[in-house]
Each structure stands twice: as structure tokens, then as C-alpha cells.
Design a protein around this ligand. Structure first.
Ligand code: MG
Length: 277
């Protein structure tokens, strides 16, 4: 299933998206996406359905507005580590983003005036469906509910000044997510998906999740040895090569009016424009 959270006639809904017909079927029970995830509901038979709406008549929102936590990986693609001459980590490098950074599809990324080096990072995001602590690698897949797209928006000037990542990646709207949650059963192998970013139609990132240093299952396994993973946790698995600060011959940062489009094969397309706050 592809599960969306959206507004229609000023009311909040959850629904099942059918991309072929361009429609979304309202789910009347359970009423929230968090309940769907906690109940591990992945089939149409398990939900009560309501009206069928046209996708272009609803306003999509970030699928999970209040995740229990957002964990992000740094330097998790071989091609991205190479473009900045960074060493390949032998264990996952992680940091946290606050849920207040989340924004939805087609919503603006707000660039603070004092940020001069705004950048994008296309990332495959794992949605945890079942509590996980110290789980074996072979068990990891059973703890994943699904996937979405996350743009790990970064203020490079702040990030590099601080020498750690929290402030530069935690501004409000610096975690666009969506357009929906695609359940894991729809994806097959998550470790071989094309991942791309365009800025104003210029292709900037074009890689595959097969270039991850720690793949989806290894990430869940490793993180579960650090902290308890809970249903609705979001794990952003790092970005491939092609970010703005590593562009040659010179960096290309985002400015007001730019449109950023991130697409992951089988998961969906997430678009956001930049506005100077
Ligand atoms: Mg990142």
C-alpha cells in the first residue's frame, strides 16, 4: 500500500493512494497513520474504507508529522564519501533531527536570511513498524513498516562552522518528507533503488541505494544496538554523491525560488521550493 496523509475540504485524512488511477481512498478506521503503523496494517482488507477522492484535489502532507524520533546517517554512500575525500566509516555515523523540522510535499523550505549555503540531500527513509532492540541482522526486515523520501536539507555554513551536524540540519522545514509511506512489501529489495535529485530540472544526484555503505537492514541492526527503535521512528539512510557543496568547479547552493525534486524508484517523488524566511 501507499499510505498518504492529506487535507481535503479543511479536514485531515489518511488514505490509500492508487497512482494508476490518480485517486486516494479515505481510510475511516484506523483513523491515523500512527495507528496503522503500530497495528502493522499492510493490507487493504484490514482497514475500513470511505470516499474515493482525486489525488489532485487533496493537499498531501508529511505522512508522519510527529515521529517518535528521526535518526539520520552521515557518510553512508561510497560515492558521497568519495566526492568529499572522506574516509568510509566502519560503523554508522548518526545524528538526530527534531520533528519540528518536518514539512510536507509541495511545502516551502524556509531559508533563514543568515544561512548562505543551503543544500539538499536525497535520502531513502525507513519507517519502523515494530519495536527493535538488539535485533539480529536477519530479523531487521521484520521491523520495517515501509519507506518514504526525505530531503535532509542542510545549512553547510552552519554545519561546517559547528563541526557537528545538529544545528545546521535542524531548522524548521529542513526535513521535507513524503509524498506517502510505501509499505515494505511493495518494494522488494530496498538496497537497489535508483535515487535522484533535480534542482530546477537540472539533474544533480543520480545514484542507487546499492551504493550505501551500510544497507537498510544493516542500519536497522546497528541502530537497534544503540537505542530502542519504536513504531513511527524515521531513519534517513544518508545521501549519495551530487550535493551542492561538492559541485565542480564550484559549489551550487540553493536560493529563494529554487525547486528541489527528489525521486526514489518505487517510493515516490517529493517536491519543495525554497523561500527566504
Ligand atoms: Mg544526510
Amino acid at each position: 500500500m501507499k499510505i498518504a496523509r492529506f487535507k481535503h475540504n479543511n479536514k485531515q485524512h489518511v488514505g490509500i493512494v492508487n497512482e494508476k488511477t490518480g485517486t486516494v481512498t479515505v481510510i475511516t478506521k484506523p483513523a491515523t497513520i500512527e495507528q496503522l503503523i503500530r497495528q502493522n496494517t499492510k493490507t487493504l482488507d484490514a482497514v475500513e474504507k470511505g470516499a474515493v477522492l482525486k489525488l489532485d484535489q487533496v493537499q498531501l502532507q508529511a505522512p508522519i508529522a510527529h515521529p517518535t524520533k528521526i535518526i539520520c546517517l552521515g557518510l553512508n554512500y561510497y560515492d558521497h564519501a568519495k566526492e568529499q575525500n572522506a574516509q568510509i566509516p566502519d560503523e554508522p555515523i548518526i545524528f538526530l533531527k527534531p520533528h519540528t523540522a518536518i514539512t510536507g510535499p509541495n511545502q516551502p523550505v524556509l531559508k533563514p536570511k543568515f544561512v548562505k549555503q543551503l543544500d539538499y540531500e536525497a535520502e531513502l527513509a525507513i519507517i519502523i513498524g515494530k519495536k527493535a532492540k538488539n535485533i539480529a541482522l536477519t530479523e531487521a526486515k521484520h521491523h520495517i513498516f515501509g519507506y518514504t523520501v526525505l530531503n535532509d536539507v542542510s545549512a553547510r555554513d552552519v554545519q561546517f562552522k559547528d563541526k557537528q551536524w545538529t544545528r545546521g540540519k535542524s531548522f524548521d522545514t529542513f526535513a521535507p518528507t513524503g509524498p506517502y509511506v510505501t509499505t515494505a512489501d511493495q518494494i522488494g529489495n530496498p538496497n537497489n533503488l535508483r535515487i535522484r535529485t533535480w534542482v530546477n530540472r537540472e539533474l544533480r544526484q543520480d545514484s542507487s541505494t546499492k551504493n550505501m555503505v551500510f544497507n537498510v537492514y544493516q542500519v536497522v541492526h546497528h541502530l537497534s544496538r544503540v537505542m530502542t527503535l519504536e513504531p513511527t521512528d524515521i531513519i534517513a539512510t544518508g545521501t549519495p554523491a551530487g550535493v551542492g557543496f561538492a559541485m565542480k568547479p564550484e559549489p551550487k547552493f540553493l536560493k529563494s525560488g529554487d525547486m528541489v525534486k527528489v525521486e526514489i524508484e518505487g517510493i515516490g517523488t517529493l517536491e519543495n521550493h525554497v523561500i527566504e524566511a
